[in-house]
Design a protein around this ligand. Structure first.
Ligand SMILES: Cc1ncc(COP(=O)(O)O)c(C=O)c1O
Length: 391
């Protein structure tokens, strides 16, 4: 049994999630609870901490490279958890998924090209397009019977634009929580491949799937598909190690891999930290039971959010993966998304990720981070429920 109950007070630490409350709301708001930024309020697995302490006491912190032991750990993880057989030569390491996605855009697009996202979309995707001089094409997801689906007709129209050279796919999808099925991914890929659109598949949330759902790593769709994709994975979301900066870029196509590596060299290389490597290797090798237990804890937290939605007349878009809940609050009748945001922060005293951050398709929604001790979530949802009842 691991400890998923202890709350570590991260106010006043280097935590950007908790610091954001002060930045946005000013001093005097220390009572506000953050259920925002996608890191967890759980201490990392003791097996990882042990490896870090050992490294701190015994290692020398010069320049690093990823050893065979690191690759063995990664290959083993992908095989066990995702039925994905990777070869170490397909992999480049990076200090984060987003630095790698930005680098990938440099590899497969030229300024003036277009790139597809599927909104509501993770805001750094939008920034990545802008920062690389690309036109953003929004293949907005459709909400049908409480479930988001892809709009393939619109995708076909956008992909057939000759300037469109890449898509940033979120698999599973943050914020809406969809675990795309193999059929959905294949249909998307067939369209993209036909039109020469390279698929950048961000799979940082792939280790979280709710019962009844199975994440499909993009390159397991088959060789034809693997040859047109780059996959971005990391154990940092899975094991709450985001501050240690380590991720994997998996590119089975040697030509695409070369293009990626050249783009990385052109920005003076991607790198990883010594502690990132140590922690991620330990996570892959020793912390799997921690993750399995955590997934059970997240089920309990999700049930709390489900009850909250039921009691308040809001609608929970059932997540199939990720540790995030996507709550449709449009029925509450706030004048606009800003009014909803002010209410949650000023009246309920809970700081959420506001839906409009993810584009206009997200307005009126709240993203709720479920990765916290149950008692903290209960307290936050209790405040939100009380504030709504008193409205
Ligand atoms: C879909 C997605 N991609 C990337 C990231 C960030 O990855 P990194 O910190 O490795 O850049 C996040 C973090 O929330 C995410 O949700």
């Amino acid at each position: 049994m691991y400890d998923f109950e202890t709350l570590v007070d991260r106010r006043g630490t280097t935590s950007s999630k908790w610091h954001m409350i002060e930045t946005d709301m000013g001093p005097g708001n220390e009572d506000v609870i953050a259920l925002s930024v996608a890191d967890m309020e759980f201490k990392p697995a003791p097996e990882i901490v042990e490896a870090l302490v050992h490294a701190a006491q015994h290692d020398i912190f010069g320049y690093d490279y990823a050893t065979d032991q690191y690759f063995d750990a990664l290959v083993g993880w992908m095989r066990r958890r995702h039925a994905l057989d990777i070869k170490p030569e397909w992999v480049t390491l990076s200090d984060g998924v987003m630095p790698a996605v930005n680098t990938a855009l440099r590899a497969v697009t030229r300024p003036g090209d277009s790139v597809i996202v599927q909104s509501p979309s993770y805001p750094p995707f939008v920034a990545a397009a802008r920062n690389n001089g690309l036109t953003l094409l929004d293949n907005t997801l459709k909400l049908e019977d409480g479930r988001y689906v892809m709009d393939y007709e619109d995708l076909e129209a956008k992909a057939s634009d000759p300037r469109c050279t890449a898509i940033m796919l979120c698999n599973p999808h943050n914020p809406v929580g969809r675990v795309w099925s193999a059929d959905e991914l294949r249909r998307l890929a067939d369209i993209c491949i036909e039109h020469g659109v390279t698929i950048l598949s961000d799979e940082i949330h792939a280790d979280f799937e709710h019962p009844g759902h199975k994440v499909t790593m993009f390159s397991t769709l088959g060789e034809r598909y693997a040859m047109h994709c780059m996959e971005f994975t990391a154990p940092t979301k899975t094991f709450n190690l985001a501050g240690l900066l380590c991720s994997n870029v998996i590119i089975p196509n040697p030509e695409l891999k070369r293009a990626f590596d050249v783009a990385a060299e052109n920005i003076a290389g991607l790198t990883v930290s010594h502690f990132g490597l140590v922690a991620c290797q330990a996570a892959y090798n020793h912390a799997e039971p921690w993750l399995d237990e955590l997934i059970g804890v997240l089920q309990g937290n999700l049930a709390l959010l489900r009850d909250f939605a039921h009691a308040t007349g809001t609608t929970l878009i059932e997540p199939e993966g990720t540790y995030l809940g996507w709550l449709d609050c449009r029925s509450l009748g706030f004048a606009d998304a800003d009014a909803l945001c002010s209410f949650m922060r000023d009246k309920a005293r809970v700081y959420l990720d506001e839906g409009q951050m993810f584009g206009t398709a997200g307005a009126g929604f709240e993203r709720v981070n479920l990765a916290c001790p149950k008692h903290l979530l209960e307290r936050a949802l209790g405040r939100m429920g009380d504030a709504l009842a008193a409205r």
